[in-house]
Design a protein around this ligand. Sequence first.
Ligand SMILES: *Cc1c(COP(=O)(O)O)cnc(C)c1O
Length: 351
Amino acid sequence: MADLPPSSLRLLLDEGAIAANWRTLSGLSGGAVAGAAVKANAYGLGVEFAVPALREAGCADFYVAHWGEAAKVAPLVKPTELSVLHGPLTDEHVAFAIATGVRPVINSLPQAKRWLDGGGGICDLMIDTGINRLGVAMADIAEPVLQELQIETLMSHLSSADEDSAANAAQLGLFRQASAKFSPRRRSLANSAGIALGADYAFDITRPGLSLYGGVPRPELAEAIQQVAFPQAAIMQLRKLAAGDRVGYNGEYTARRDMLAGIVSLGYADGFLRSWGARGALSSNGRMLPLLGKVSMDMVVVDLGAAPDLKEGDWLDVPYHLPDAARTSGLSQYELLTTLGKRYDRQSKPA
Ligand SMILES: *Cc1c(COP(=O)(O)O)cnc(C)c1O
């Protein structure tokens, strides 16, 4: 087969920025060191990019959600560096963990029993201190089966670290209470936003995800965190619009005068959802090119009034400074990253 020609979408990834973000977050973690949540294919950016860059920076603890993700990350790390957050849901998961040396996070009494019955070994333990998602309930922490576990990292997860909420101190208190019941090698509570809550939340290891990839969940991190992912989309066709012409699905935009438009390769499957709507714009060398009408499946149409020199094949920037993009699109910073999809050529950002 012929070599695959380049895509009309590319995602420029800044290795220096992800490494700097990890070092920053580790530095802000007090006496603790930072690990890295690399689930969901490193929040959409690609584990092949993120994991080696983070390891080179010094990161030695990685967290995925699914076992299929563990299989993809395992060749990039030492087995002892990888934990699976969803834990052993079946005996096959137990067998996989034992065969590979990848660590399961035990989230419930049935998971603890399944792990021990299957031969067990070193694991992590998640305590639910109020998010009511995965994790052993506080009411169950004295159960004898948990005392049989060999715990590497005892952890809990904050529900509201991106807000100044009373829930944060409450969860911290419960985590301390739970900590007293176990003798893990390490303790871990803070995600990206939790790191900004201060040294009390850091314990031995922090677990940032979002901020490694350029997300800013709290204003304290705004100056310190660098943008990592820079999507670009190519102009596929130029089109002259006459006054009265309507654009895209449902003809939502109507040209008020003669104008030049660019048809751009960017759509839902690339994470560009209709919620970008009327306020959204792409750009070229800082010149703003407003969206015209709805995102129409695999395409958007932009007003080239500010950049009439552009031609077919030229690349446009998708504005992906995450806090700004979240405000414009109404999507969360997590959604902006994890929905980027598979059609981008992921490549290093030139220095
Ligand atoms: C996703 C996740 C993280 C990372 O959270 P961010 O908010 O992205 O920093 C940490 N710990 C657990 C258990 C997670 O599920």
